[in-house]
Design a protein around this ligand. Sequence first.
Ligand SMILES: [Zn+2]
Length: 332
Amino acid sequence: MVSYKELGLVNTRDMFAKAIRGGYAIPAFNFNNMEQLQAIIKAAAETKSPVILQVSKGARNYANATLLRYMAQGAVEYAKELGWEKPQIVLHLDHGDSFELCKDCVDLGFSSVMIDGSALHYEENIALSKKVADYAHQYDVTVEAELGVLAGVEDEVQAEESHYTRPEEVIDFSKRTGCDSLAISIGTSHGAYKFKPEQCTRDPKTGRLVPPPLAFDVLDAIMEQLPGFPIVLHGSSSVPQEYVDMINQYGGKLPDAVGIPEDQLRKAAKSAVCKINIDSDSRLAFTAAVRKVFVEKPGEFDPRKYCGPARDLMTELYKHKIINVLGSDNKA
Ligand SMILES: [Zn+2]
């Protein structure tokens, strides 16, 4: 048993309370390799933003659970080296799908876990989420649960259709599970293809897809039921067209990739939404930068020469999100 406190990590409780009061949201960035982690920490340290490092089940399988945990511990020390005296860094399990997985992460030094029972029936979701919350709270680890279903694909998590969270269920659900934050479904979606072309309109000037707006009426109704309760948005990448264009220009093929417009996320960040998950955007930035080097310098075979530019582009992306979308800069 390792306590996250020994690793210099923090849980989400104070962070979320401050974010709701201050009208901003904490970035939750997924990582599964060193360059991503370096970019996240550098961006957070340089902007003095609290940050949530997210590890999915897929990332644990890819990078090895133990190694990822030590990388997060290393990230705290790296942040200090960058001049961030008291780093506000959370290590969070994204989409935990069983009690055992969540327990394993709590025991390994995670400071926050998500239990995703959203595919289960309502009562089963409550029972599973409560079991995780009861265990995690013994160690002061915070728990995110989910109500409602997001469409899209993310690692092992996928659903054909979204089902908005039902505002009439949120009080009962949060009380009975004891969760510390609630992931909701209001039209965000996992992956780089968040909407099918038939769900969108097309901008006649640029020919690009314009996605349907988020269901802010559902968010408002949830906030009315649970005043001041921390709300989480998954699937909130914006799929920046500049990266999609770069990928396509350098031999990739991502037709009609579409995400959540940043002005809608900006609006959400000012509400009780205090954690916004961003994964696909950094995958796109990484891929765009690597493809560019491969096309422009076909003789290059030193991974540092293409992972380096990818890291720089991701750092730029993370700083942009922190400063211009979530407003979490200078809050840590
Ligand atoms: Zn998610």
